[in-house]
Design a protein around this ligand. Structure first.
Ligand SMILES: *Cc1c(COP(=O)(O)O)cnc(C)c1O
Length: 395
């Protein structure tokens, strides 16, 4: 059953690393106490949560009191956006600025707020997948309460000018939240230097288990209580802490900070190999920006190819990757990210995202590069769409 040999979908989720597993196991098997209990294994659990909070804060340039553990990226995004929306509305500020290619955890929250009378400006991300600070400035209104723009995009890996955006927001006294789920595994972040007021991240995108994450919330911003019922997370998110998950998150963030520089260097080299292989084919598009990017996330569109078929062909070779076409998520709409770049539906449908982790090897990339051109050729040879495209070319 577990036949995937080569896992290149690390932007979707990652494996739990041995280092992280070893760090969390004692809190499942031995120090399994409730952190609120006063006997030894309870206190041990409580100390572990405190230490993890300190570590996570340190890695982000924040204070421990500014860290709130959550169930993951979606929860952090929802919590941050809803908090600031409610506070803004109370002051008559019901305008929010975001981008056109946010994760659905942000987009769907904003759409829900629009139904409640909020107005949202979605900044364009242009052909290269990067928002323009000038356009942000122009979108600011007296009633703007929040700017929420992701740090790095999950489908194409482009990095946004976060520090500049943060500075503009600070100048205009607007709260700035960023979904940094895809950035934290690969980039060193300093919330103070970058003027970030709120930041969400997720454990399972950086080798911790699914179901744990955190929200950084700058001191002075009051989060709206999310879950009632206990004093956990400063009384704002009740419920016995996910101790092992929290320990895992801190260990995973520590490990990432230690290894990301070297991993990024390797990823650049691997991405170049893939790029060179793919760009030799006709009618292909590289999606995103060649420079301002997470080196290990690359995205291409192949004209005359159907994304889902491409994924299935790769799967037959034991390779797991992802497609821009959202057939994978059960809908027929092409990816809103690729459409935001200006791709037409047909082209956006034939997309492939490769996302690496620090465990990705050169052999794996070589294997991908050796099978990919053949798969594209085979799929095109069976595609009526490709036939039409090439006929038009001959005319
Ligand atoms: C995965 C992801 C999320 C959601 O995180 P979960 O922990 O799965 O809820 C949010 N934003 C981005 C950019 C992501 O890649």
């Amino acid at each position: 059953m577990f036949h995937t040999k080569i896992y290149l979908d690390n932007a979707a989720t990652t494996k739990v690393s041995d280092r992280v597993l070893n760090a969390m196991l004692p809190y499942l098997k031995e120090a399994y106490g409730n952190p609120s209990s006063i006997y030894t294994i309870g206190r041990e659990a409580s100390i572990a949560v405190t230490n993890a909070r300190t570590k996570c804060a340190e890695l982000l340039g924040a204070k421990p009191s500014e860290i709130y553990f959550t169930s993951g990226g979606s929860e952090g995004d929802n919590w941050a956006i809803r908090t600031i929306a409610a506070q803004g509305a109370a002051k008559g500020k019901k305008h929010i600025i975001s981008s056109a290619f946010e994760h659905h955890a942000v987009l769907h929250t904003l759409q829900d707020l629009e139904k409640q009378g909020f107005e949202v400006t979605y900044l364009p991300v242009h052909e290269n997948g990067i928002v323009r600070v000038e356009e942000l400035k122009a979108a600011i209104r007296p009633d703007t309460a929040l700017v929420t723009i992701m740090y790095a995009n999950n489908e194409i890996g482009t990095i946004q000018p976060i520090a500049e955006i943060g500075a503009v927001c600070r100048e205009n006294k607007i709260i700035f939240h960023t979904d940094a789920v895809q950035a934290v595994p690969h980039l060193h972040i300093d919330v103070v230097k970058e003027n970030i007021d709120m930041l969400s991240l997720s454990g399972h995108k950086l080798h911790a288990p699914k179901g744990v994450g955190l929200l950084y919330c700058r001191r002075g911003i009051k989060l709206t209580p999310l879950i009632f019922g206990g004093a956990q997370e400063r009384g704002l998110r009740a419920g016995t802490e996910n101790v092992a998950g929290i320990v895992a998150l801190a260990e995973a963030m520590t490990a990432a900070a230690e290894t990301m520089d070297e991993a990024n260097e390797r990823h650049k080299k691997y991405a170049k190999k893939i790029y060179d292989t793919v760009m030799k084919l006709s009618r292909v598009h590289f999606n995103g920006d060649l420079e301002h990017r997470i080196p290990g996330t690359v995205n291409f569109s192949f004209e005359g190819v159907e994304g889902e078929s491409l994924l299935l062909q790769l799967d037959l070779k034991g390779i797991a990757a992802s497609s821009g076409s959202a057939c994978t998520s059960g809908s027929l709409d092409p990816s809103h990210v690729l459409l935001a770049l200006g791709l037409v539906h047909e082209v956006a449908h034939g997309s492939l995202r490769i996302s690496m982790s620090e465990y990705t090897t050169e052999e794996e990339i070589d294997e991908l590069c050796s099978v990919l051109p053949g798969i594209i050729e085979k799929l095109r040879s069976m595609s009526p769409l490709w036939e039409r495209i090439t006929k038009e070319e001959k005319k």
